[in-house]
Design a protein around this ligand. Structure first.
Ligand code: GLN
Length: 480
C-alpha cells in the first residue's frame, strides 16, 4: 500500500505527476473494501461521488493546472457533522432516518478547498463514550489490533486514518473524543481552542465544550486542515474572530523553533496510576524535547483532580437539554403512529431511539438541573470550572505549553469496560480539563514497543501556533 503519509507529500506527488487523484482514491476505496467489514470505521462510503471528483481533478492535472494543497485529499467525516443530502445519524437509532439538509460550515469550507469526502464514520451514540462501543451500528475496532477498541467517541474517524482508509478525518471533542482515539490508534488528533472552529452543522452534545478538529498523520497536516476550517462564522455566535497573531502561521510552524520554549509537567498528572509503559514513553518524549533545547519545569494544577466529576455534571446537564429536541416529532425516528397521545409519542420515540448511555446521561443531566439540586451540583460545577481555568492561566504565566500522557493506558479490549461506566469515564482523566478550560490540546504518537501511546500538549487559548510548532518540531526530530 503506497498511500502517501502526509498532505504535503501527496500535494508534491499530484503536482509532479507521479500520482493521479483517481489512483489514490482507488487505493483508499480498496483499503476500505478490504478492512471496513472487520474494522467498521465507516457507516457509509461515497465511492461514486469520490470517483467523479477525483476524475475531475485528473483532468485538471492533465491540463497542467496546479492542484491546490487540499485538492484531492481523501477525508472521512464523523457522522455527527452534517453533509448536505447525506444521512447523518450520530450513530443513533433516533437519527437513523435523518438526512442532512445543509452542509456544516467546516464541510462547506473543505469542499471549497477541494477535499474529497470519502464517507461518514462511526461514533459512540451522540459522541458519548470512550470506545465507540456505544454506536447503534456496532462497535469500531482498532486497526492496530482488532480485538481492541479504537477509543471514542470519534473511533471511526481515528480508525479510518490509522487503517489507511482516509488521509485525514474530522471528529469532535467534548472531553477527549479526538485526542483519546488518536492516542489509542497511533495518529495525530487536535482539539482546537473553544470557538476557533464553527460548530454550525455539528450535532451538539455539550455545546459549551464541543469542538470540531482534525485527525491526521502529522502535526503539519493538522495545521493545514485547521487553517482551512478556522475562523468566525456569522451563522454561529460562539465562533471567534481571530486576531492576526491568533491565525495559524504555517511558515512559522514549519520553522519549528522551540529552543526558547518552556514546557510544564503538572505534578498531579505524573503521580500513581500512570502505567509504567506510558511513563517510559513520555520520558522519551521529554528527552527528545530536551535535546531540542526545550526547558522543562514542574507545575501544579491543583483543581485538575476535580476535572472528571465537574465534567460529568456540566456535560450531562447540557446533553439533557440538547437531546430534548429529539422528541419523535421534529427529527428522525417517530413512533407517532403507534402512540395514544402526545406524551406517548415522546415516550415511545425516545425509549426506542436512545441507547443506554444516552439515556443515562439524559437522566443525570435532568437530575443535576432540577430545582433543589441545581445549586448543589450544577452551580458548584460551574464554580470549579472557573478554578480549573484559573489553574491553567496561572500555569501559562510560567510556561508555553503543558505536556501529559493522553490516556492512562493503551487500547483496552472490546467489552472490557462496557459494564463499568465509571471506569470508562476515567479514560478521559488527562483530556477533559482542556475542554473545561476551553484551551487547545493535541495528541501525538509517542514511542512504543507495543500498542500505540499518545502524548498530549496543551497551550493557552488560541495559541495553536505554539502547539503545532512543538508538535512539528518533535515529528521532525523523530522522523514520523
Ligand atoms: N469520552 C468522553 C465522554 O464519554 C468524551 C466524549 C467526547 O469528547 N465527545 O463523554
Amino acid at each position: 500500500m503506497s498511500t502517501p503519509l502526509s498532505i504535503t507529500d501527496l500535494h508534491t506527488e499530484f503536482n509532479n505527476g507521479s500520482k493521479k487523484p483517481s489512483e489514490l482514491i482507488e487505493e483508499i476505496l480498496s483499503n476500505i473494501e478490504q478492512s471496513n467489514p472487520e474494522i467498521n470505521a465507516y457507516t457509509e462510503v461515497f465511492a461514486d461521488e469520490a470517483r467523479v471528483q477525483a476524475q475531475e481533478l485528473d483532468h485538471k492535472q492533465k491540463a497542467g493546472q496546479e492542484l491546490r494543497l487540499l485538492e484531492g485529499v481523501p477525508m472521512s467525516i464523523k457522522d455527527a457533522i452534517l453533509i448536505d443530502g447525506k444521512k447523518t445519524t450520530a450513530s443513533s437509532l433516533m437519527l437513523e432516518p435523518y438526512t442532512a439538509v445543509y452542509d456544516a460550515t467546516v464541510i462547506k469550507k473543505l469542499r471549497e478547498a477541494g477535499v474529497i469526502f470519502v464517507g461518514k464514520t462511526n461514533l459512540d451514540e451522540f459522541a458519548m463514550g470512550s470506545s465507540t462501543e456505544n454506536s447503534a451500528f456496532g462497535p469500531t475496532k482498532n486497526p492496530v489490533d482488532p480485538a481492541r477498541v479504537p477509543g471514542g467517541s470519534s473511533g471511526g474517524s481515528a480508525a479510518s486514518v490509522a487503517g489507511s482508509m482516509a488521509l485525514a478525518s474530522l471528529g469532535s471533542d467534548t472531553g477527549g473524543s479526538i485526542r483519546q482515539p488518536a492516542a489509542l490508534t497511533g495518529v495525530v488528533g487536535l482539539k482546537p481552542t473553544y470557538g476557533r472552529v464553527s460548530r454550525f452543522g455539528l450535532i451538539a452534545m455539550a455545546s459549551s465544550l464541543d469542538q470540531i478538529g482534525p485527525f491526521t498523520n502529522t502535526s503539519l497536516d493538522a495545521a493545514y486542515l485547521l487553517q482551512a476550517i478556522e475562523g468566525h462564522d456569522e451563522l454561529y455566535a460562539t465562533s471567534a474572530t481571530l486576531t492576526p497573531e491568533q491565525l495559524l502561521d504555517i511558515p512559522k510552524i514549519k520553522e519549528a523553533k522551540v529552543s526558547q520554549m518552556t514546557i510544564g509537567l503538572p505534578k498531579e498528572y505524573f503521580i500513581d496510576g500512570i502505567d509504567p509503559e506510558i511513563r517510559t514513553s513520555i520520558d522519551q518524549v521529554i528527552a527528545t524535547y530536551t535535546s531540542l533545547g526545550v526547558t522543562f519545569k514542574e507545575i501544579t494544577l491543583p483543581y485538575s483532580q476535580y476535572a472528571i466529576p465537574t465534567y460529568y455534571i456540566l456535560m450531562p446537564a447540557e446533553v439533557s437539554s440538547n437531546l430534548a429536541r429529539f422528541d419523535g416529532i421534529r427529527y428522525g425516528l417517530s413512533k407517532a403512529e403507534e402512540a395514544e397521545n402526545l406524551l406517548d409519542v415522546y415516550k415511545k420515540s425516545r425509549m426506542e431511539g436512545f441507547g443506554d448511555e444516552s439515556t443515562r446521561r439524559i437522566l443525570l443531566g435532568t437530575y443535576v438541573l432540577s430545582s433543589g439540586y441545581y445549586d448543589a451540583y450544577y452551580s458548584k460545577a460551574k464554580q470549579i470550572q472557573a478554578l480549573i481555568r484559573r489553574d491553567f492561566e496561572q500555569a501559562f504565566s510560567e510556561v508555553d505549553a503543558i505536556l501529559t500522557p493522553t490516556t492512562p493506558h493503551t487500547a483496552f479490549k472490546l467489552g472490557e469496560k462496557t459494564n463499568d461506566p465509571i471506569s470508562m469515564y476515567l479514560e478521559d482523566i488527562f483530556t477533559v480539563a482542556t475542554n473545561i478550560a476551553g484551551i487547545p490540546g493535541i495528541s501525538i504518537p509517542a514511542p512504543t514497543k507495543g500498542l500505540p501511546i499518545g502524548f498530549q500538549l496543551m497551550t493557552k487559548h488560541f495559541d495553536e501556533n505554539s502547539l503545532l510548532t512543538l508538535g512539528n518540531a518533535y515529528e521532525q526530530t523523530v522522523k514520523i
